[in-house]
Design a protein around this ligand. Structure first.
Ligand code: ADP
Ligand code: AMP
Length: 211
């Protein structure tokens, strides 16, 4: 089973992907997380990616596609995978289609004003990557409920970079909605609802799409 998550930055893709990948027993492949790991470790790939990520631009397609092809060969992908944050443009989608057949492309639809609120309040665990929002954290919460790691603000969640990430999303990523619609695998979900409601909507629509 292969699922793609579409949606603007901050739509809740990562939040839902953790639960949805568990529900279907498939690997969660988050290109943003993989890239941040490369940057943290200072790998060659990380050195290439760093500047693009800091400005909110897209890392070059050959770098991303190479990273995905390598990942797909790993045993954890045998049962299927959920792509979170990939593809980000038509070129990447075409490269993916040469490797696997997509069963459902879930578009988590959220308006820009909500996105700004979600990203400005996002906190992530430095160690395990768990995602939180300040509205759900206690006033002095500085540690991760999962692992006790430090909660930080992602360096690209500042107002200037968010503006560019949204622009890049509308110009380059949103055409994928039409791309997957034409392939009859598009599933639209209202991402402005609560985390639990969005989860339920994704499950029921994906179940229907794959039956
Ligand atoms: P993405 O992976 O699409 O960039 P995240 O899953 O990291 O988005 O979510 C962005 C922010 O929005 C986080 O602070 C997260 O806690 C919050 N969030 C995610 N889903 C919802 C939701 N349905 N309602 C309210 N806040 C949400
Ligand atoms: P994300 O964690 O999905 O918000 O991604 C963070 C940043 O990583 C993006 O702003 C891009 O710079 C980069 N990135 C993640 N996924 C991709 C991708 N599929 N193609 C190009 N760049 C990506």
């Amino acid at each position: 089973m292969k699922i793609v998550f579409l949606g603007p930055p901050g739509a809740g893709k990562g939040t839902q992907a953790v639960n949805i990948s568990k529900r279907y027993g498939i690997a969660h492949i988050a290109t943003g997380d993989m890239l941040r790991e490369h940057v943290r470790k200072g790998t060659e790939l990380g050195k290439i990616a760093k500047g693009y990520m800091e400005s909110g631009g897209l890392v070059p397609d050959d770098v991303i596609v190479g990273m995905i092809v390598q990942k797909l060969a790993e045993p954890e992908c045998e049962k299927g995978c959920l792509f979170d944050g990939f593809p980000r443009n038509i070129k990447q989608a075409e490269a993916l289609s040469e490797k696997v057949r997509i069963d459902a492309a879930v578009n988590i639809d959220v308006a820009d004003d909500i996105i700004i609120d979600r990203l400005s309040g996002r906190r992530v665990c430095k160690d395990c990557g768990a995602v939180y929002h300040i509205s759900n954290l206690g006033k002095d919460a500085k540690t991760c409920a999962n692992c006790g790691g430090e909660l930080i603000i992602r360096s690209d969640d500042n107002a200037e970079t968010v503006k560019n990430r949204l622009k890049v999303y509308h110009e380059q990523t949103s055409p994928l909605i039409e791309y997957y619609k034409k392939q009859n695998v598009l599933v639209n979900v209202d991402g402005s609802k609560s985390v639990d409601e969005v989860f339920e909507e994704i499950c029921s629509k994906v179940d229907k799409a794959i039956s």
